[in-house]
Design a protein around this ligand. Structure first.
Ligand code: ATP
Ligand code: MG
Length: 411
């Protein structure tokens, strides 16, 4: 026990953006974004939409970009999360509050910008390290309307210290639904183009692919305004590099065979590599990850991932008991990422067979399986290697349940 408690904290960060030291991959996207950033820093507004599926690494990419903006381009950067925000007022308040917080420790700079905001700024605690910007409603509305000018004035105050601003608006889920946001953004872009010769600002919007579709259908011109960078799965070499760096940072060695397993089950998904790394790190007790540690960690990670993603999205929302029994039959046949329609059908009873086509379609819609193009017609695979592990475990757990409970649950 004593040994375990002396372990350094896990370097893995499932669920939060990765710290820049452990950020891997995305070379080409970073290069592309850095090009836009340079143009922004040189004086023209650039707008980037960062798009990618859930958990693929958008926020981590945005956080890394911000760091590049600050360190390499000497820009002032904020990264605001707007998940629960659906009004322009609140968004604007958060952006300026974020900017003020960024300069709070540079007192001369802080004093320069503070006067722009009058008495609506509070330094919160004893040491003045926290800043709150809380203007009344009417002032905030005015700030939304005069956003381009407000940003321009801010830039003017900081221009001898910073080349420009980097503003990441993350999780714009609520806002992307609002026509008001789409229209506001369009006029922000047009207004700055017409009124300011220099406007060194890089705005990065972060969202899921359907948010992009929503936003551009509300305001078609936005499709031309934004550059788009797509965040996709990592290559196996990048995942491998990640594990070596992360484990290396806490002096843990990973045996090559174990590393192969960790990489394989991560399937290129950053969220999976973090879950797996975290679970394996907890299992290891001798500073050396061997194949047993890897396998055990993967079971734990699969359990967590399944519980978080498959239970709510699949097991709990899919009402049909047939679907669940099909999933269990898949599970009973072991941990397999690939399967064909034909072979699974041969395991099913008549009722299950009848709904099997619908089952396949639904699982595809839910992002659980995809067509396996290399496998030919009728070939499918789970989107990652971890889902079938969970499905297998769930089937085993279910098989062990006493019969009475099985009937009570109706399946
Ligand atoms: N390039 C990377 N290198 C290492 N780890 C990463 C990288 N990108 C993402 N991660 C890790 O993957 C997980 C998901 O990343 P992140 O939160 O950035 O994704 P996201 O696309 O913003 O997710 P969401 O759609 O939920 O907002 C986090 O645990 C993060 O630490
Ligand atoms: Mg995110």
């Amino acid at each position: 026990m004593a040994l375990i408690s002396q372990k350094p904290d896990s370097p893995f960060t499932p669920g939060t953006p990765v710290p820049p030291e452990l950020f891997v991959g995305r070379k080409q996207q970073l290069e592309e974004a850095a090009g836009y950033m340079e143009r922004a820093a040189s004086g023209r507004l650039e707008n980037l939409f960062l798009v990618g599926e859930r958990g693929i690494g958008k926020s981590s990419f945005a956080a890394y970009l911000r760091r590049v903006a600050e360190i390499e381009k000497n820009m002032l950067g904020v990264h605001v999360f707007l998940g629960a925000v659906d009004t322009l007022e609140e968004m604007t308040q958060r952006i300026f509050e974020g900017l003020l917080r960024e300069v709070r420790t540079e007192s001369s700079l802080f004093e320069k910008v503070r006067s722009l905001f009058g008495k609506h700024i509070e330094k919160l605690d004893l040491f003045g390290v926290s800043v709150r910007f809380a203007p009344p409603k009417d002032k905030l509305e005015a700030l939304v309307n005069e956003f381009p000018h407000a940003v321009y004035n801010f830039l003017d105050r900081v221009k001898s210290e910073r080349r420009g601003l980097f503003i990441a608006l993350d999780d714009i889920n609520g806002l992307a639904r609002e026509k008001a946001f789409a229209d506001w953004y369009k006029s922000f872009v047009d207004y700055t183009a017409v009124h300011f010769e220099r406007f060194p600002v890089f705005v990065v919007l972060v969202g899921l692919p359907d948010r992009w579709e929503q936003m551009t259908s509300l305001q078609a011109s936005l499709a031309r305004v934004f550059r788009m960078v797509r965040i996709e799965r990592l290559a196996d070499e990048e995942v491998s590099e990640f594990f070596q760096r992360a484990f290396g940072s806490v002096q843990v060695e990973v045996e090559p065979k174990a590393l192969d397993v960790l990489v394989r089950f991560s399937s290129g998904y950053p969220i999976l590599m973090q879950e797996i790394g975290d679970a394996v790190y907890a299992v290891d007790s001798d500073g050396k990850v061997d194949i047993e540690d890897a396998n055990l960690g993967i079971l734990t990670a699969a359990n967590r991932v399944g519980y978080r993603y498959l239970e709510p999205r699949v097991y709990r929302t899919v009402r049909s008991p047939r679907y669940r029994s099909i999933l269990r039959k898949l599970g009973q046949h072991g941990i397999r990422r690939n399967f064909t329609r034909r072979e699974v059908e041969s395991w099913l009873n008549e009722e299950e067979k009848r709904v099997f086509s619908n089952f396949l379609r639904r699982m595809r819609e839910l992002g659980v399986i995809e067509r396996d193009l290399e496998g030919g017609p009728g070939a499918y695979r789970f989107v990652n290697e971890i889902y079938p592990v969970y499905i297998w475990m769930e089937a085993m757990r279910w098989a062990r349940k006493p019969n009475s409970r099985k009937t009570l649950e109706g399946d």
